[in-house]
Design a protein around this ligand. Structure first.
Ligand code: OAD
Length: 248
């Protein structure tokens, strides 16, 4: 029976909802250079290019085809029904966890549907696309809003709370992340170091350098609801992995 659970999600959990990942075949980083659209220097060089990139992704998020999937919904159920401490941390900038019913989560890489004043750092719900006329209401003169996205070289949000939870957790679950971007890629080491059980859910088989104690290979939408059900029934990862493997 677990008492403290931390879940980390990445782009793979939203793949079945029609949102492209970054590093799979056809991933976003195949078409765009990270240094152009995901760094402060890129934004300084060509704000319109960066705004176009995030405006397109914001528009896509509003499309009626994009919906939360059973993996998002299962994590919302875990938040609602788990008796102990639970922290959901996502690297995703979409709002599918919220649409799936999650209420308390940390968007460590920011949120696509918010803009931020570069001077006061106040955030604003995005009502129109980024551009020269989309400005803050907190400064005089008003400042052009920038995407509320953590770019490479910037500090992710919520790190103190995340570290605290990782040091106390007895179960750490990572779902749909390639584990290539730090600091999130190092969370498993912190959890292992503090004695937690660690499990990864991913479509791809684990590589031999993986730090996770357990791996569940398959689609998040298939595996996560079963994983959550087993955790809520008080099963340990050991028995739980058997259950999941048997039915795969
Ligand atoms: P990646 O695109 O790097 O990895 C997506 C992972 O999801 C891969 O390991 C896939 O095998 C897995 N995957 C794909 N479909 C899946 C499915 N249906 N079920 C389960 N797993 C699936 O995305 P992230 O690891 O989230 O940062 O990327 C981390 C960060 O890199 C992002 O937050 C973003 C990016 O640069 C910023 O923009 C700051």
């Amino acid at each position: 029976m677990y008492r403290h659970i931390v879940v980390l999600t990445g782009a793979g959990i939203s793949a079945e909802s029609g949102i492209r990942t970054f590093r799979d075949q056809d991933g976003l980083w195949e078409e765009h250079h990270i240094e152009d659209v995901a760094t402060p220097e890129g934004y300084e060089r060509d704000p319109e290019l960066v705004e176009r990139f995030y405006n397109l992704r914001w528009e896509q998020l509003k499309s009626t085809d994009v919906k939360a999937n059973p993996a998002h919904e299962a994590l919302a159920q875990l938040e609602a029904e788990f008796d102990g401490d639970f922290l959901l941390v996502t690297q995703n900038v979409d709002d599918l966890h919220e649409r799936g019913g999650s209420q308390r989560l940390i968007h460590m890489h920011g949120e696509l549907n918010k803009g931020r004043c570069p001077r006061s750092r106040q955030t604003f719900l995005l009502r129109e696309p980024f551009g020269p006329d989309n400005v803050c209401t907190c400064c005089i003169p008003p400042q052009r809003l920038r995407p509320h996205i953590v770019w490479f070289g910037e500090m992710p949000f919520g790190m103190d709370r995340i570290h605290d939870a990782l040091e106390r957790c007895d179960l750490f679950i990572a779902i749909g992340t390639s584990g290539t971007v730090y600091p999130a890629a190092g969370f498993v080491d912190i959890a292992n170091h503090h004695g937690a059980q660690t499990v990864e859910v991913n479509l791809a088989a684990p590589d031999r350098h993986s730090q996770f104690q357990w791996h569940l290979t398959g689609k998040a939408g298939d595996i996560v609801p079963r994983l959550v059900k087993a955790v809520l029934q008080g099963k340990s990862l050991c028995s739980l992995a058997d259950v999941l493997q048997e039915t795969d």
